[in-house]
Design a protein. Structure first.
Length: 101
């Protein structure tokens, strides 16, 4: 090999290495890849939570469809209805709720 050819190959290797370093360390490189990986993990965890909530709501809906007693309880709760002879006590959420200072 001639000296010119060796220098050319060495220069090509150095340039390829520098290009690879810049590409891997740049905005589209490994840091961006790691951030995307973390974002995917967060989204998958969110999806798992939503699946659990959906399953719980589907189970509740199934129970509401099947049980007239549960239906009646829900209706009475939402409409604040009482049976004859029942008494309802309303307790504020926080001490002093409804009073302004």
């Amino acid at each position: 090999m001639t000296a010119f050819r060796r220098v050319t190959i060495l220069l090509a290797i150095v340039l390829a290495s520098a290009y690879g370093y810049v590409v891997l360390r740049g905005p589209q490189g490994i840091p961006a890849l790691m951030e995307k990986h973390h974002e995917i993990q967060r989204l998958e965890e969110g999806n798992a939570t939503l699946r659990q909530e959906l399953a719980a709501r589907q189970e509740r809906n199934r129970k509401l469809k099947e049980s007239t007693e549960i239906q009646e309880q829900e209706i009475r709760k939402r409409l604040h209805l009482l049976r004859p002879g029942e008494t309802q006590f309303v307790v504020p959420d926080k001490p002093g709720a409804g009073t302004e200072h």
